[in-house]
Design a protein around this ligand. Sequence first.
Ligand SMILES: Cc1ncc(COP(=O)(O)O)c(C=O)c1O
Length: 368
Amino acid sequence: MSGGAAPLLMTPGPTRVPERVLQAAHRVLHHRTPEFSSALAELLELLRPLFGTRTADLLPIHATGRAAMEGAITNFFSPGDTVLVCTNGKFGEMWANLAESYGLDVVRVAEDWNRSVNPEEVARGLAASRDVRAVLVCHSDTSTGVLNPVAEIAAVAREHAALTLVDGISSIGGTPFLFDEWGLDFAVTSSQKCLMCSPGVSFVAVGERAWEAVGLSGFPRNYLDFGAVRQTLSAEHPQTPGTTPVGLMLQVLEALRMIHEESLEAVFERHERMTALLRRRALGLGFNLQGDGLAKRSPTLSALGVPAGVNPADLRARIRERGIQVAVGLGSHEGSSIRIGHMGDIRLPDVERTMDVLEQVLDARERP
Ligand SMILES: Cc1ncc(COP(=O)(O)O)c(C=O)c1O
């Protein structure tokens, strides 16, 4: 890479932050002022269509996604509760680990990283275990690129009176997400992915049934107390507890304005077009799509099996020398695949440039 310039971030998060969003954070605003309250109220309204909810509470969480997921465990459950977790990727597994670390009983289903979750195996898992309180699933698992069938999973969970908690961290804002229509109870996203902002803040949607679970939960909580966040938001001038990361919130507000200026439908279509282009060119270069049994793949990232004889870490380093940052595979795919993000502010010319560089790097490798 020349001259120390920052590489183009084609990683599956954090992703590029547009200049307009960076500039928005330069305003100095105290978090206990009507000006900030009105920015916060606008932000939360603009966020609703991305979550696909009119009725759920949307709460900012002053931390990255993993903390918001941990908050879901401590707000909705008690030690010894049983949850069923779909673990067909690193982030599904993260749900399971978080739940176990708080003493919940975890029933793992769909453990194969090369397959989508089959709602029938969720139904079987729910039928076989007593009193499962919730099904935890990752919508777009950033480790594999799977897009799990969350609506069908939620329908099954509801039949068994279980909640559905969804990690939408690499999907919300990049592909349709319909919290109300799918009958979800909790969902989370974070600033550094499709919201095209710096890392550090997350947003959760909490539905009515999930609030009932908050009333039953036996864990102590403080910083991640969803009820406390709801209370401060419901003041005449909405606020968040403690010192709000105002700069990050102003970034998110500006990013949401940009998304709605483009229109959410156009943003989704752009993600689909980038995905089609990238995968067509990747297949032409001898890559394959990681995971034979993935029924649906996320339009926000692509996990690509590398051509025979290519080392993914090596490939990543050579691409980086040419000014583009991608990621390598995770888990058992570490030695055989790379992952390319195409979400948020990434545009078709960025995908073209990335694939041109990949092609050059592969060509150079074959030359004596
Ligand atoms: C799907 C998914 N879930 C959870 C996380 C963890 O979120 P964070 O790194 O913001 O704590 C990530 C991060 O990459 C992710 O992609």
